[in-house]
Design a protein around this ligand. Structure first.
Ligand SMILES: NC(=O)CC[C@H](NC[C@@]1(O)OC[C@@H](O)[C@@H](O)[C@@H]1O)C(=O)O
Length: 267
């Protein structure tokens, strides 16, 4: 009986010790960060020629993880609409994909502090006749399911025919083959597709009230505080600026994420 009791005690002791030191951020696998991301949102998050994930958001997250003492970071591509549910149900430790922080999204997940504020872009073909958002009336507009662009278009482009896609690749190939007249996506991703397929931008709409943040499960204050501390360090020591200039050369740089900036980022 004593042997059994002492084994049980040791077991309980081991569990509590592990939680207090082995897995302070409540990760699925201690010491590893499992991240849901996108493969086709270049240059935010995308898979390169070797199938590895890279881009501004990916490199910033890896830097932040390293500051937290974690170098084992595994990225998995998902449809955008699958990312937040998968983070909320504990399938991933974080969602990293230029995900705008909104109160609606905060109902199912928490977010780090914001790290990127930019524009939503209506992208179209040169000869489409769509020269502004007003030109979308009666046209077919592609959106990726679950994005801010979808919500914005439902509210502000009632005369456009929305066509919902699982990801940018599907929407852009539909645009190139003429199944939709325009696609509504993030500014830097649009810039990349515009260069690749000689498309044009018809409208750039500010989305500063919903800066991108790292999505994590609700009620994990230790992980959230660690991400925020590391993000602010990266902003303060110029890492954020270096990555921004690497991935978004020539784009206007939001002041709040620079050394000495107020790093507010969250609405
Ligand atoms: N990767 C995606 O397709 C995400 C699309 C969309 N991104 C919006 C956003 O977070 O993109 C980065 C910055 O420009 C933010 O200001 C913007 O709200 C969203 O959160 O729904």
């Amino acid at each position: 009986l004593v042997a059994v009791l002492s084994l049980a005690a040791c077991g309980a002791g081991a569990d509590s010790t592990e939680n207090s030191t082995g897995n302070p951020y409540g990760l699925i696998k201690p010491g590893q960060l499992r991240v849901a991301s996108l493969g086709d949102a270049k240059p935010y998050t995308f898979t390169d020629a070797n199938g590895g994930f890279t881009g501004f958001d990916v490199e910033l997250f890896r830097d932040v993880a390293k500051r937290m003492g974690i170098t084992d970071v595994v990225f998995t591509g998902q449809d955008f609409s699958a990312i937040l549910p998968a983070v909320a149900n504990g399938q991933f430790d974080a969602g990293v994909a230029a995900i705008g922080i909104t109160d609606a999204r905060r109902k199912t997940v928490d977010f780090s502090t914001g790290y990127l504020a930019g524009y939503l872009t209506v992208m179209t073909k040169k000869d489409s006749g769509i020269a502004s958002a007003d030109g979308l009336a009666g046209k077919r507009l592609g959106v990726v399911q679950g994005t801010l662009q979808e919500a914005y278009a439902v509210k502000n482009f009632p005369k456009a025919g929305l066509v919902r896609f699982p990801d940018n690749n599907a929407a852009v190939s539909a645009l190139n083959r003429g199944s939709v007249d325009a696609h509504f996506l993030d500014y830097e991703a649009a810039k990349s597709y515009i260069a690749q397929f000689s498309l044009v931008s018809a409208a750039d709409i500010p989305s500063f009230d919903a800066p991108a943040g790292f999505a994590i499960e609700k009620d994990n204050p230790a992980l959230r505080a660690a991400l925020d501390k590391a993000l602010i360090e990266a902003m303060e020591d110029g890492t954020w600026k270096r990555l921004y200039e690497k991935w978004f050369p020539g784009s206007p740089m939001p002041e709040q994420y620079l050394p000495g900036g107020d790093h507010t980022g969250t609405p």
